[in-house]
Ligand binder design. Structure first.
Ligand code: FAD
Length: 494
């Protein structure tokens, strides 16, 4: 193990990844670290990434970020899930919510009881047994005192980075504006020595965090760490994004609407709407994608549509030598389940847990990379599920998705659910049993069997059980204010 103490941290890049990393390092270890962040206004950020998942609430709690102040500053709205439209088939939709559906028995998930209820004519839609899902459908939201709701946010990404910059600077982060012209590295030893800026200034450090986005200046270009390409499983590699004026009250969910060669998003903020179309360039050209997007948006565009290319991939090692890649530099799959900002958080948390205060340990590096690999493969499988399990066969894109070979890990999960109705979550996996169940049922995968424990209930008992859950949810729902009203009042009190 190297015994060089790590004190000087250099963060290259000031997008969401750079500033989230700076804020967390400064808030936790700022007293013993000297943290510098270099960013270039001339280059700018990727400018998308506005839909989050509930783990961001935890990130804010850990950093003691005031939620009202954060929401007011970033024009944020609440998010309770994602509405998947045209995914199972054209004209059909479902919501993947952040909530838990129904009540599990210790031997079997709620879906087993629901399946029996459906067979006996006692159950309504699966989503009717989930508070967050019903609140999303009814456009309602509130922080509930007792059981709470599982929620995330829609945020203005550029303002969020600015918000975290102010936070980080208060905790001592030094910001340097300038273009990195050269990364000075000893490639054979796998070490970065310094960043030379276009101004001629040189920034030395002990540990470098690569947050330079798709450019991956440090981990990719300087250290030569490659990526594992997953474009044979995830066929979208392009997006066009455009922001529009807000029309009507903001809804508490992201819409993702499938089209013939991918999907488009709609993310409502307080002051505007983020829109974009994601597509496979092998199946749709840029002009058609832009036209399709512009035909579908509501409200006037606030800027010209922007084309973004990406490759669905994961860096072979996110930590190599004295460089840790966090954010797009470490890889990007695609934005369907809003997992990228979550992975930034996980990278930061992991780095803090394994912080190499007294020198970089190869065992830490190996463990970090092992954990990242497992986590990302799990998310990859979940994303592929949405494309592969579908009744759509109306275009070459959907036929390719249906017919392709899928990872063995996903094959197993699908077979298990189809044959038995069971789903298990291994430690460290992001998506819960509830998420897998919602999406598998939502995509049209119906189990052939159910757990025998569900058959121990007679019709009367089962009907009472199902009705009781639904009635409780409807009672809570009736007390919730409209989402838009709640956001306005919450932010006004910031
Ligand atoms: P960037 O934002 O690109 O920042 C890179 C930084 O590096 C910038 O500050 C830049 O100026 C700096 N830099 C680069 N080169 C140099 C240089 N030579 N000198 C100095 N500075 C330099 N994630 C979600 O969680 N939810 C979503 O809804 C979502 N939607 C997305 C939609 C699309 C189409 C795409 C492509 C991504 C989406 N993401 C989403 C991912 C999300 O945008 C990113 O994870 C997030 O913005 C972090 O990006 P970053 O900070 O790694 O990179």
């Amino acid at each position: 193990m190297e015994q060089t103490p790590i004190r000087r941290i250099v963060i290259a890049g000031g997008g969401t990844a750079g500033w989230m990393t700076a804020a967390a390092l400064a808030r936790t270890l700022g007293k013993i670290l000297d943290i510098t962040l270099v960013e270039s206004e001339e280059i700018g950020t990727v400018g998308v990434g506005e839909s989050t998942i509930p783990t961001i609430v935890t990130y804010h709690r850990l950093l003691e970020i005031n939620e009202q102040a954060f929401m007011a500053a970033t024009n944020a709205t609440f998010k309770l899930g994602i509405s998947f439209e045209n995914w199972r088939d054209v004209g059909e939709d479902y919501i993947h919510s952040f909530g838990v559906t129904g009540k599990d028995h210790w031997t079997a998930g709620f879906q087993h009881f629901w399946l029996k209820g459906r067979e006996r004519g006692l159950a309504t839609e699966f989503g009717d047994y989930c508070l967050e899902l019903r609140a999303a459908q009814e456009n309602r939201f509130a922080h509930l005192p007792k059981q709470g709701m599982n929620y995330a946010f829609h945020i203005d990404a550029s303002v969020y980075a600015r918000f975290l910059r102010d936070f980080s600077e208060r905790y001592g982060v030094r910001r340097v504006e300038g273009r990195i012209a050269e990364v000075r590295a000893d490639r054979d030893a796998g070490r970065i020595r310094s960043l030379r800026l276009a101004s001629g200034d040189e920034i030395e450090g002990d540990l470098f965090i690569d947050c330079t986005g798709f450019r991956a200046l440090l981990i990719g270009q300087a250290l030569g760490v490659g990526v594992e390409d997953w474009s044979h499983w995830l066929h979208c590699d392009s997006a066009v994004a455009v922001q529009t004026e807000a029309v009507g009250p903001a809804v508490p969910y992201t819409r993702v609407v499938a089209h013939g060669a991918g999907w488009r998003w709609r993310i409502p903020l307080q002051h505007r709407i983020g829109n974009g179309i994601v597509f496979g360039s092998r199946f749709m050209d840029d002009d058609t994608a832009t036209r399709t997007l512009l035909e579908q948006i509501e409200g006037s565009p606030l800027a010209e549509p922007r084309l973004i290319r990406f490759k669905p991939c994961q860096r072979h090692q996110a930590w190599s030598g004295n460089c840790v890649a966090i954010g797009l530099s470490s890889g990007f799959l695609e934005p369907l389940e809003s997992t990228s900002i979550h992975l930034i958080q996980r990278g930061i948390l992991r780095l803090l847990q394994m912080f190499p205060g007294n020198g970089i340990s190869p065992a830490d590096v190996a463990e970090y990379n092992r954990q990242v690999a497992g986590e990302v493969e799990h998310i990859r499988d979940f994303l592929i599920l949405h494309y592969h399990v579908t009744r759509r066969a109306d275009t070459p894109f959907w036929r390719t998705c249906r017919e392709m070979e899928i990872p063995a890990s996903l094959r197993h999960r699908i077979d298990l659910f189809r044959e038995t109705g069971r789903v298990f979550r291994a430690p460290g996996e992001l998506f819960t049993e509830s998420s897998w169940t919602q999406v598998m049922l939502g995509q049209g995968l119906v189990p052939e069997q159910r757990h025998p424990v569900a058959d121990l209930m007679g019709d009367q008992e089962l009907g009472g059980f199902l009705n009781g859950i639904r009635a409780g949810i409807e009672r809570t729902l009736a007390q919730l204010p409209p989402h838009q009203t709640y956001v306005e009042q919450y932010c006004a009190a910031a």
